[in-house]
Design a protein around this ligand. Structure first.
Ligand code: 13P
Ligand code: SF4
Length: 354
C-alpha cells in the first residue's frame, strides 16, 4: 500500500484527534470517578455496611474506608476487623483471597467486593489439586499456607499466616520440633526459613509485582539519596531483602517509616501504600524502588493489576444493587475447614498481644 503525503498528514491529524478525544474521555472518566466520592460515601454510611480496604487500592477508596468507620490495613488486620466488627455487610476492597477470608471467618455476614475478578498471582500459582498431592507426599509435615491462597488451599492447611505473623508462627512450630510445608510464596518462605532456621519444604510461586524489584538501579538511586533507608515487603527477591533496613508486612513497613530515623525511604512494595505511609511521615521523602532496571518501560511498575480493579464505581454498583453478582460465596463445607487454620492464626495473634 502506498501512503501519499496528503493521506499521511490526514492520518496523523486523525491519530492526533483520536488521541485527544481518548485523553479527554479518560479525563472525564477519572473526574466522574472522583465525582462519585460524596454520593458513595452517603450511600455507604446509610447502608450500615463496612468498607474493609487494603493499602494497595486506590487512595480514594482508602479515604472512603477511613471516612465511613471502616479500615485500611494489611491483610491480617483486614481479617481481624472483618471478623470482629458488628456490621452484617462487609465490602472488601482488595483481592479475592481477602474477600474469601472475610466470608470464611464470618459465614453469617454478607461479604461483597467491587469486583470478583481481582485475583492474585500467588493464589493462581497454587492450585488446590496439585497442592493437595504435594501435602499427601509429605504427610509428616505441618502445612502452613500464606493467606494469599484460595479457600480450598486453606482448607488443606494446618495454619494460615500473613506476612506480619509468619516468622512468629513458624518459630513456635519449629520450637515444638515440627517440620513444615510452606506455600505458595518462595521468597517469603526463604525469608521465614532464614529467620527461624525451621525445616521448611517450599512451594515454588511468586508475586508478579514484588518479584520485579531489582538491585539494578537501586545503587544508582542510593547514590543520589545516600540518606535513604530501604523498606522491603518479604514477597520481594532475596537480594532486596538482604539490603533492607526493614522487612515486613505493609503495616509493619508503615511503622518502620515512622521509627527509623532516615528522612528518606526507598519503598519496595506496591505504590498504593504511599497514600497512608505519607500521611504517617508527612515530612519524609518516599521514593519508589526501581523495577526491571534501565530496559523497563517504567521506572517503577509496582502496582498490582488486580488491586487496581477496585474502583469507586464498583463500590457504587454494589451499594445500588446488592444482589448484582458481587457477593463473595464460599462453599460452606470448605469454609468450615478453612476457618480452623484461619482462627488459629487470629488466636495466635491475640496471644502475642495479650
Ligand atoms: P500484607 O499482608 O503485607 O498486607 O500483604 C498482602 C499482599 O498481598 C502483599 O502483596
Ligand atoms: Fe497478590 Fe502480589 Fe497483588 Fe499482593 S501484590 S495481591 S501478592 S499479586
Amino acid at each position: 500500500m502506498t501512503v501519499h503525503m496528503d493521506d499521511y498528514i490526514a492520518t496523523r491529524a486523525d491519530v492526533r484527534a483520536y488521541l485527544e478525544s481518548a485523553l479527554a474521555d479518560a479525563d472525564r472518566a477519572s473526574i466522574r470517578e472522583s465525582d462519585l466520592y460524596d454520593e458513595v460515601k452517603d450511600k455507604l454510611l446509610s447502608s450500615g455496611a463496612r468498607l474493609v480496604a487494603h493499602y494497595y487500592v486506590d487512595p480514594e477508596i482508602q479515604r472512603l474506608a477511613e471516612d465511613t468507620g471502616g479500615i485500611v490495613s494489611d491483610s491480617l488486620e483486614m481479617a481481624r476487623f472483618g471478623a470482629t466488627d458488628p456490621a452484617s455487610k462487609l465490602i472488601v476492597a482488595g483481592v479475592s483471597f481477602m474477600g474469601e477470608t472475610a466470608k470464611i471467618l464470618s459465614p453469617e455476614k454478607q461479604v461483597f467486593m467491587p469486583t470478583l475478578e481481582a485475583t492474585c498471582s500467588l493464589d493462581l500459582g497454587c492450585p488446590e489439586e496439585a497442592f493437595s498431592a504435594f501435602c499427601d507426599a509429605h504427610p509428616d509435615r505441618t502445612v502452613v499456607v500464606y493467606a494469599n491462597t484460595s479457600a480450598a488451599v486453606k482448607a488443606r492447611a494446618d495454619w494460615v499466616v500473613t506476612s506480619s505473623i509468619a516468622v512468629e508462627v513458624v518459630e513456635a512450630l519449629a520450637a515444638k520440633g515440627e517440620s513444615i510445608i510452606w506455600a505458595p510464596d518462595r521468597y517469603l518462605g526463604r525469608y521465614v526459613q532464614k529467620q527461624t532456621g525451621a525445616d521448611m519444604l517450599l512451594w515454588d510461586s511468586a508475586c508478579v509485582v514484588h518479584e520485579e524489584f531489582r538491585l539494578h538501579d537501586l545503587d544508582a538511586l542510593k547514590a543520589i539519596h545516600p540518606e535513604a533507608g530501604l523498606l522491603v515487603h518479604p514477597e520481594s527477591p532475596d537480594e532486596m531483602i538482604e539490603r533492607a533496613d526493614a522487612v515486613g508486612s505493609t503495616s509493619q513497613l508503615i511503622d518502620a517509616a515512622k521509627w527509623l530515623p532516615n528522612p528518606t525511604f526507598i519503598v519496595a512494595t506496591d505504590k498504593g501504600i504511599f497514600y497512608k505511609m505519607q500521611q504517617q511521615v508527612p515530612d519524609k521523602l518516599l521514593l519508589e524502588a526501581p523495577t526491571r532496571g534501565a530496559g523497563g518501560t517504567c521506572q517503577s511498575c509496582a502496582h498490582c493489576p488486580w488491586m487496581a480493579m477496585n474502583r469507586l464505581s464498583g463500590i457504587n454498583y454494589v451499594l445500588d444493587s446488592w444482589d448484582s453478582g458481587c457477593e463473595v460465596l464460599v462453599d460452606p463445607m470448605l469454609g468450615e475447614r478453612a476457618m480452623k487454620p484461619l482462627t488459629r492464626m487470629l488466636e495466635f495473634k491475640a496471644s502475642l498481644s495479650a
